[in-house]
Design a protein around this ligand. Sequence first.
Ligand SMILES: Nc1ncnc2c1ncn2[C@@H]1O[C@H](COP(=O)(O)OP(=O)(O)OP(=O)(O)O)[C@@H](O)[C@H]1O
Ligand SMILES: O=C(O)c1ccc[n+]([C@@H]2O[C@H](COP(=O)([O-])O)[C@@H](O)[C@H]2O)c1
Length: 217
Amino acid sequence: MGTWCCRRRCSRSTRVRRSSPSSKRPAVKVALLGGSFNPPHVGHLMAATYVHATQGVDAVWLMPSFHHPFGKQLESFEQRVRMCDALCQETSGWLQTSQVEREVGGGGRTVDTLAFLVERHPDIQFSLIIGSDILRDLPHWKDFDRIQQMARVLVLYRAGYPAPNTVGPPLAEVSSTQVREQLARGMEPSELVPAGVLKVAREAGLFGLAIPRVRAE
Ligand SMILES: Nc1ncnc2c1ncn2[C@@H]1O[C@H](COP(=O)(O)OP(=O)(O)OP(=O)(O)O)[C@@H](O)[C@H]1O
Ligand SMILES: O=C(O)c1ccc[n+]([C@@H]2O[C@H](COP(=O)([O-])O)[C@@H](O)[C@H]2O)c1
């Protein structure tokens, strides 16, 4: 019986268990939450927590975009991965960061990422989480029909974006845009972003923040 997680060199102790072909274990269930994560915030954490708590999944993987399909200008992939890792530290280990979009390359289309993951992990059943704000963009997504064949799509009710057939109650009214705006005004968005995520952003001077000076002895 091996263990598996979304990153080859995962340091977390709570990895997703993989069932061997001979065992009768049910398939491992993983929900994917793709996004810019520029930066990750408590809305992402609440969305992932809600799905983990109610939708019968073993793990949730944050999938930061490597190339954003609509060309959004973002902080570097490496720094967004570091911030996602810091968000994952808020959980017992069921939330993990996947760097799969770097591996897949191309235009960052979700259908391509999902096809890659389905082929790589035939023993995992995937769900795809999207917030209800995304519904208006779906006509511009590549092959959304094929996505629905490969994964159960969970549309969460993002506060401010009511839509039919969403799952669950309205989630937090918070966005990365709001966080970036607060940082630009010199405010501390400590109620919107976990402290560990803010620490990464400050130390790396992301979002126009001044890098803290190290005082010489
Ligand atoms: N507060 C929230 N409630 C529910 N879903 C959310 C929330 N914030 C983000 N999401 C969902 O998480 C995914 C990734 O979102 P993303 O990283 O683009 O964050 P964002 O806050 O929308 O960013 P930005 O303000 O930069 O557009 C999307 O499916 C989005 O709908
Ligand atoms: O597949 C597509 O065509 C597609 C088009 C736009 C966005 N997406 C994905 O949707 C997720 C959320 O995007 P965003 O812009 O809200 O950060 C992220 O994983 C994107 O890669 C996917």
